[in-house]
Design a protein around this ligand. Structure first.
Ligand code: SAH
Length: 389
């Protein structure tokens, strides 16, 4: 019932290591009659069935869904989504004071091409592959099956992630929910709007890092750059930060931050619409803690060098505004800049600043953004907490 593709004899190595992608160069031939998004069976050169996955004409030809002999049907998605939900429950992310988490993180949850974020009862789906999009009804049903009463609505937001392939309209697939909708992260209230917000509406991947900042926040004067909806600022104010400045170049982001500050009734906060680099270069302010969480400076390998230079400049400048004994919390979400390269870059910035710098914590994406051990490319967020003497 499924179409098939066959691997070249010497191209089975990555499959043996259970890597979830098959590149087009590993296939004996690109099938002409198979449509983008179809489920295909993958055979090795001796005609043994080894996997099933979503096919696409492109450099990644197949995204593997299973290495077992099973159908890709409702039961399959019920099982996968239930496993994903169970993991988040085990991580205690469904609590009275926490109702925001990532439910499905692509390859990390054995569902390449699928992201699902959860905001207090609302699941927001972003498909990054046509194959997942074509099975979105099965995915929606599986969410209803796994979440039961914990589900109010399912929203499809795949238009921006599947540009031009087929006509895709965003909208509710199940139930509906007015926006902004209020949900909680570690006791902080957020107004969420998946319809108009960036990505699915919120940067869930910084939850644990916000909690870490909160530990150091009491009495501190803090600069939170690239703040988007204010996550780090809110976590710090909740724990008694003395003064927080939130900065973003997007006016819309600052409006979101201001709305969240008001919603939580926090004081001692100032918003700044500005380019982070310009502000840090020109400001005369000094801070106890500075947070740098820029968007990915490099989306492709060929921009890596430029990105490294950007991180170095930004961090070296930020260090100059930190009081002796203060902290720098700095991140990169560029997948092509790995942990080692990022650390080396920050060390170079520290040398340039002329200050003594200690690494207190090495930071990363949280457990609801798991990394499939056979797909190291899934590691994207890294950071450092530094003390600047
Ligand atoms: N720290 C945020 C997420 C950051 S996303 C959180 O915890 O939710 C990156 C943000 O950087 C976006 O809001 C984007 O508007 C902002 N941004 C992009 N370029 C910028 C620049 N040059 N200066 C300041 N902000 C910028």
């Amino acid at each position: 019932m499924y179409a098939s593709v066959q691997l070249l004899p010497h191209k089975t190595q990555s499959m043996e290591r259970k890597h979830p992608w098959i590149f087009s160069g590993a296939l004996k031939e690109m099938p002409k009659t198979v449509e983008d998004g179809e489920v295909v069976v993958v055979f090795d050169s001796r005609n043994n069935e080894i996997a099933k996955g979503h096919f696409q004409h492109g450099s990644i030809a197949v995204r593997i869904l299973t290495f077992k002999n099973e159908l890709i049907d409702q039961d399959f998605f019920n099982m996968r989504i239930s496993n994903a939900v169970e993991l988040r429950k085990k991580l205690h992310l469904f609590r009275e004071d926490n109702s925001i988490c990532r439910l499905v993180h692509g390859e990390g949850d054995e569902m390449p091409g699928l992201v699902i974020d959860y905001y207090g009862g609302v699941a927001v789906i972003q498909c990054h592959s046509l194959g997942m999009y074509l099975q979105i009804d099965l995915i929606k049903n599986a969410l209803i099956h796994a979440l039961g009463d914990d589900l109010i609505a399912v929203y499809n937001k795949s238009k921006e992630t599947l540009p031009g392939r087929i006509p895709v309209e965003d909208g509710y697939l199940f139930g509906a929910c007015d926006t902004p909708h209020i949900a909680l992260e570690n006791g902080v209230k957020y107004q969420l709007d998946w319809i108009t917000g960036q990505k699915t509406g919120f940067f869930i991947d910084q939850r644990e890092n916000r909690a870490l900042l909160a530990k150091y926040a009491e009495g501190a004067k803090i600069l939170n750059t690239f703040c988007y909806s204010g996550g780090f600022s809110l976590a710090a104010l909740k724990e008694g930060a003395r003064e927080v400045h939130s900065l973003d170049s997007s006016k819309k982001a600052i409006e979101l931050t201001d709305a969240n500050i008001e919603l939580n009734n926090f004081k001692n906060h100032q918003s700044i619409v500005a380019d982070a680099m310009n502000f840090i270069r020109e400001t005369g302010e000094e801070y106890d803690i500075v947070i740098l969480d820029p968007p990915a400076f490099a989306k492709h390998r060929d921009k890596r060098h430029q990105a490294v230079q950007g991180y170095k400049r930004l961090n070296a400048m930020a260090i100059q505004h930190i009081r002796p004994g203060g902290l720098l919390m700095t991140y990169s979400c560029s997948q092509v800049v790995d942990k080692q390269l990022f650390t080396n870059t920050i060390i170079a910035a520290a040398i340039e600043s002329g200050r003594t710098v200690k690494i207190l914590e090495q930071l990363h994406q949280p457990a609801d953004h798991p990394i499939n051990a056979f797909h190291p490319e899934g590691e994207y967020l890294k950071g450092l907490l530094l003390q600047i003497i």
